[in-house]
Structures are given as structure tokens and as C-alpha cells.
Design a protein. Structure first.
Length: 255
């Protein structure tokens, strides 16, 4: 869980490289490290509106397959009992092109080693996985993610298979300027059975689908993002409007 389209950035880079160069990229190992003023994911803070240290590793094969891991510090919240913990994501995918459109399919797992047991007398915590497919063309990109067991609810008593699933649909535009500053715009919608009103939805926003949107400025290793999540149906005032400003620094390294 991180910035816009983090889950498919490495695959999109492969696809764009194929478009630009007309041949497969060489296998390589890359890393990244960064600091954010607030860890916001899909419109919601993951870190109780506090700063986080983040970093990851990605290994990309010339065939288009890639695997990676990403870690972020966590200071509190139900996904990190007691604070001082972390999130560790593992993922893999395959990038290819279809008539000059960059495509990617893959699987992404979110893991919270120090998380709560999600309100149930089990050891399942909040860990869960998502399947995804993404497409990119020029400055435009879109992605669909689907989890059959959102936020690890499979072991909760009384939660049927039909009430565990969730999806996230997102689209983004990135416009590079001559000054080296890139303008970014993003909109996303999360929904599915999990977000319908019900006892299973106790740790996130319910009452149907939720829309989030953001605008960003970035240059080099620095970015500035303004985001909001709109859920007019929520009965909780704090969940109906989640306006946030995030300043971030992220440095990429070729190993």
C-alpha cells in the first residue's frame, strides 16, 4: 500500500520500455527508499496521519516477469497492534504489450506481522492478497484490483464467502512538463460486497462504494500530493471527508 499505482509501477516501466525500445529489457535488480509525511493508500491514512519510512526491492526479468517486496513503518492502528510495527508486501507479475498498449497481470499480498486479529478469535490478522490487471498508454493508465478475502476476513465467524470480496478500480494521468515537473491526477473507487453495510465491515468505510481522488506535483525524488476521499453515505463524520496533504521523498537505486 503506497502511492498511486505502486503495485504496477515496475510492470508499467517494463511495458513502456518495450514500447520505446522495441525489445525486452535486460534483467535487473532495483531498489527504492523514501520518507512520506503521511502514508495514504486509496484515500485513507494507514499510519494515523504520521510520517513513515518506506523502501523496496524489485527484480525484473527480460521476459517481462518480475517479483518484489515493499516495506513501510507503521505507528498505530488496528493493522499494527501497539504501534512500532511495519507492513511488508510481496508481489509478482507479468508485463507485456498488446497493440502498443502496455499490459500487466499479477498478484499482490499485504502482510502485517504485528497486526491485530481483526476482531476474531483467530490468528488471521489483516493479511490479504489481491489479483490485478493494469493497462497504460502514453500518459494514461488504469488498473483493476480484486481481493476475494479483503483485510483477512475469511476466518471471522458469520462472514460468508459472498461478503468478503472487494475491488478497487483506478485511473490516472501523468503529464510531464518542459521544466521537469510532472503533473498527476488520479481517481479511484473501492467497492464490492465487503463495503456493503454489515457486521463484517468494522475497520474501514462501509455503506457502498467509496471514491477517492488526488492531484500531485513531482520532480526528481520529491512529490507533493493533495488527496480526498468522499463517502457521503457514511454515518461517521470523520469518514465522509478525508482531505490530506502529503509531502514525499523517494530515491530509486539500480543495484
Amino acid at each position: 500500500m503506497s502511492t498511486i499505482f505502486k503495485k504496477s509501477i515496475i510492470g508499467s516501466a517494463i511495458a513502456l520500455g518495450l514500447l520505446a525500445g522495441g525489445h525486452a529489457m535486460a534483467a535487473e535488480l532495483t531498489g527504492n527508499v523514501g520518507v512520506v509525511s503521511d502514508y495514504v493508500f486509496r484515500g485513507e491514512t494507514q499510519n494515523d496521519d504520521m510520517a513513515a519510512i518506506q523502501g523496496g526491492l524489485d527484480y525484473t526479468l527480460d521476459s517481462g516477469f518480475h517479483v518484489g517486496t515493499w516495506i513501510s513503518s507503521l505507528n498505530g492502528g488496528t493493522q499494527n497492534a501497539g504501534g512500532g510495527g511495519y507492513e511488508m508486501d510481496l508481489y509478482g507479475g507479468y508485463a507485456f504489450t498488446v497493440k502498443n498498449v502496455g499490459m500487466e497481470v499479477g498478484y499482490y499480498t499485504y502482510n502485517y506481522p504485528q497486526g491485530d486479529t481483526n476482531g476474531a478469535a483467530t490468528a488471521n490478522k489483516y493479511d490479504f492478497g489481491e489479483y490485478y490487471v493494469s493497462a497504460s498508454y502514453g500518459m494514461f493508465s488504469a488498473k483493476y484490483s480484486y481481493s476475494p478475502d479483503y483485510l483477512g476476513h475469511s476466518s471471522q465467524a458469520g462472514i460468508t464467502d459472498g461478503k468478503k470480496a472487494a475491488y478497487y478500480l483506478e485511473a490516472a494521468v501523468t503529464y510531464p512538463t518542459s521544466s521537469g515537473v510532472s503533473l498527476g491526477f488520479h481517481v479511484g473507487q473501492k467497492g464490492g460486497a465487503f463495503f456493503d453495510s454489515g457486521t463484517q465491515c468494522t475497520t474501514t468505510i462501509c455503506d457502498g462504494s467509496v471514491v477517492d481522488y488526488s492531484a500531485s506535483l513531482s520532480k526528481g525524488d520529491y512529490s507533493f500530493t493533495v488527496s480526498n476521499m468522499d463517502n457521503k453515505k457514511s454515518s461517521v463524520a470523520a469518514q465522509s471527508d478525508n482531505f490530506r496533504v502529503v509531502v514525499a521523498w523517494k530515491h530509486n537505486i539500480t543495484l
